[in-house]
Write a protein that binds this ligand. Structure first.
Ligand code: SF4
Length: 274
């Protein structure tokens, strides 16, 4: 059981940003995405199968390596029916050299299930999606958001890291309670409109500006209100080994540095000044 001091720290850690801060975050993120978002083939489709293929390929693998394989895979297996009718070992060979060969096997099993239970489609509700072996909470959220264009949160490693650094700043991002809180934050921070862009933006931002190592804090549009940067904290530890406060440094802002991204409302800002 946590001590009283520990409990107070946890409660503080799990606080949520004000409405104005959430709006500031969303605006900064979408503005950045409008200028810097990547044009990727799976962002130009709403075919659930294509999006599922991209999501499973992108697990543990960088975009540059996924791009050629994504095209090759869809040429060879253009639909759930095509993949379900293929030999599983052939699918694993086609997957090479992406690695983590459990992934093509899962994809193949999902295809068979989609054909067997749903006539080669994916259901549009999250609960049924999660009943598929191989579709976890992140993939279900990605399908709801990217394929079915629903207002659904996502939480992959990039998204968790960005939310943790901007909103929380210190603590253990991998702790069970924190993970649950990050899911809640992901839902809470979502806009009413442009949810598709917002979720894609979070992932791009995490990959390009706020990676696990060497985040680009001095040029980051969130720097004015990022909790980790404001604290001059050591890295969150997401995506790194060791303790939650080990890893590459997030430099403290220089003294007297003007802070950007002020609140838009008069509310006390938890994101900007906690
Ligand atoms: S200021 Fe640094 S840690 Fe904060 S969001 Fe930007 S890149 Fe990430």
């Amino acid at each position: 059981m946590a001590s009283r001091t520990g409990s107070r720290a946890s409660v503080q850690c799990l606080a949520t940003p004000s409405t104005g801060d959430r709006r500031t975050f969303r605006r900064a993120l979408l503005r950045w995405y409008d200028r810097n978002g990547r044009d990727l083939p799976w962002r130009r489709t709403d075919d659930p199968y294509h999006i599922l293929v991209s999501e499973i390929m992108l697990q543990q693998t960088q975009v540059d390596r996924v791009l050629p394989k994504y095209r090759e895979w869809l040429d060879k297996y253009p639909s759930f029916h095509a993949l379900a009718g293929a030999d599983e070992e052939d699918a694993v060979k086609t997957w090479y050299p992406l690695g983590y060969n459990i992934r093509p096997r899962r994809l193949h099993a999902i295809a068979r299930e989609a054909v067997g239970r749903f006539g080669g489609e994916l259901p549009e509700d999250e609960e049924t999606l999660r009943s598929f072996k191989g579709i976890g909470p992140y993939t279900a959220g990605a399908l709801m958001s990217f394929a079915f264009r629903k207002r659904a949160p996502i939480l992959d490693t990039n998204v968790a890291r960005v939310l943790f650094r901007v909103v929380i700043g210190r603590g253990n991002p991998k702790a069970h309670q924190m993970r649950k809180h990050l899911w809640r934050l992901s839902e809470l921070m979502m806009p009413q409109k442009r949810v598709f862009d917002y979720n894609q933006a979070l992932m791009d931002f995490g990959a390009l500006v706020c990676p696990a190592r060497n985040p680009k804090c001095p040029e980051c549009p969130m720097a004015g209100f990022c909790r980790a940067y404001g604290l001059g904290a050591r890295d969150s530890g997401l995506g790194t080994r060791g303790s939650a406060v080990s890893g590459p440094a997030i430099a403290a802002p220089p003294a007297g540095r003007p802070r950007r991204g002020k609140r838009e409302s008069g509310n006390t800002s938890k994101t900007t000044r906690r």
